[in-house]
Write a protein that binds this ligand. Structure first.
Ligand code: BGP
Length: 480
């Protein structure tokens, strides 16, 4: 058997993309709640003042808040061993800075956790998944400010204390290294410099000084959360989470090789180096110096980082790209990762280049670098699904994608990688993080909800549902 006994097979979601119920039970507004819908090639908008009559996908999402029992029952039917979901910070602390938590919010997630445990499903909780309280954007421009560390730790304390004994696995910040890119300023860190006018999601003027200072505050907050979790419950394991996109030099020209190394340092390794090793990597000094970025660190921060190293490393893996200094090469059309296309790979409809072998390569690179357990907590194919006349959804393209990635995970395990589990993204259809669409579907379960706001939220199994059930039942041996 390739995958170890107890391998954590499951699926992943995020609160803002599936829950809806955006203002129920005292929930505050989160940054995702002020984003309109969009589509590939047409950016969603950030509207600091909510507009009457505008469609905000997160407000109802797929109504998982009210239907979590039905959804978890379906996950259990597939045999999930783990369900990765996030807690929406604004359900617990509506504005983000209150001293006491909102009991209704805590109770809701307790019910979700209990529902998982009822089926023997391990909850894996992301503490912050693109859901920064908008109240904190208004108060202190979120992670640009050091105050955020205390707000986050206070929130974590409420969560760790309440779910002690029930939850064994937490992740601090979803795709924390998104903050090394322009897109991460608002999506990941909640930074917004114009609180009046609507701004295109990808069009906010970029201030790298803010993002990198924000990352420093997140590193310290994450390290404090790791220590706090261990203090409250020594059984708990806390991981980091990053977006990992394998990157190759386009040619063996040493210029391309060096450019690729610099890309990897910045995008793929900077954050995990800090969170797994407990200190800043030397290569960032030169970048900061040459970019005029000054990170304000407080006395004691270095000790905190060292003492708050993560127990395991998790990452999302969707695609890969190439780097070159040849300016005649066209950039890829994918909307998240830069770089130029790899001529050996095909892309999804959204321009994400599909590269299963890159997952094996990535797992080996990461395990060799950090020597701690790894988990793939997002992977999947965003695609348009069609309901046939007989009601079936034959998503063979998704099965092929997942099969090829699982095959490569198995190779990586044989290579010696310590892999804990696998939670494909959007195990139930939900709202896209980058484009705000429903049309980009990832799930084993189809949700009748569409970009024009129609649909009755009903659920139906896709062909991939039974396929994944078999994969789990055979612990990844039968991928046919
Ligand atoms: C990751 C995010 C998820 C998720 C996924 C797919 O970046 O952590 O929240 O949405 O990507 O991306 P998208 O929804 O843009 O297709």
């Amino acid at each position: 058997m390739t995958f170890k006994p107890g391998f954590l097979w499951g699926g992943a979601t995020a609160a803002n993309q599936c829950e809806g119920a955006w203002d129920v039970d005292g929930k505050g507004i989160s940054c995702s709640d002020i984003c309109t819908g969009g589509k590939f090639g047409q950016s969603k908008m950030i509207t600091p003042v909510l507009q009457e009559g505008t469609f905000y996908p997160s407000h109802e999402a797929i109504d998982h808040f009210h239907r979590f029992r039905e959804d978890i029952a379906l996950f259990a039917e597939m045999g999930f061993k783990v369900y990765r979901f996030s807690i929406n910070w604004t359900r617990i602390f509506p504005n983000g800075d209150e001293s006491e938590p909102n009991e209704a919010g805590l109770r809701h997630y307790e019910e979700v956790i209990d529902e998982c445990l009822k089926y023997g499903i391990e909850p894996l909780i992301t503490l912050s998944h693109y859901e920064v309280p908008f109240g904190l954007t208004k108060k202190c421009n979120t992670w640009t400010s050091r105050e955020m560390i205390d707000y986050f730790v206070n929130y974590c304390r409420a969560v760790f204390t309440r779910y002690k004994g029930k939850v064994k696995y937490y992740l601090t910040f979803n795709e924390i290294n998104c903050g090394t890119s322009i897109m991460g300023a608002f999506l990941s860190q909640g930074i917004l410099n114009d609180l009046v006018n609507p701004t295109p999601f990808m069009g906010q003027p970029d201030l790298p000084q803010q993002r990198f200072q924000g990352l420093h505050h997140q590193f310290v907050a994450s390290a404090k959360a790791v220590q706090l979790a261990h203090e409250i419950d020594p059984q708990v394991k806390v991981g980091n989470m990053m977006i990992y996109s394998a990157s190759y030099p386009l040619t063996c020209n040493p210029d391309d090789v060096l450019k690729n190394q610099a890309y990897n340092h910045m995008k793929n390794y900077f954050c995990s180096d800090v969170q797994c090793r407990g200190y800043y990597p030397a290569y960032m000094d030169r970048y900061f110096l040459e970019s005029g970025i000054q990170i304000e660190k407080h006395p004691g921060d270095e000790e905190i980082l060292r003492a708050g190293k993560v127990d395991f490393l998790t990452f999302s893996y969707y695609m890969s790209s190439c780097q070159t200094t040849d300016t005649s090469k066209q950039k890829g059309s994918g909307n998240i990762i830069g770089g130029v296309p790899n001529p050996y790979l095909k892309a999804s409809e959204w321009g994400w280049q599909i590269d299963p072998k890159g997952l094996r390569y990535s797992l080996n690179e990461l395990y060799d670098r950090y020597q701690i357990p790894l988990m793939v907590v997002e992977n999947g194919l965003g695609a348009k699904d069609v309901i046939e006349e007989d009601g079936s959804i034959n998503d063979d393209y998704r099965i092929d994608y997942l099969r090829q990635h699982i095959e490569q995970m198995a190779e990586a395990v044989k290579d010696g990688v310590d892999l804990m589990g696998y939670t494909p993204w959007g195990c139930i259809d939900l709202v896209s993080a980058s484009t705000g669409e429903y049309a980009k579907r990832y799930g084993f379960i189809y949700v009748e909800r569409y970009d024009d706001g129609t649909g009755d939220f009903s659920r139906r199994k896709k062909k991939s549902f039974d396929w994944y059930k078999k994969v789990i039942a055979t612990n990844g041996e039968d991928l046919s």
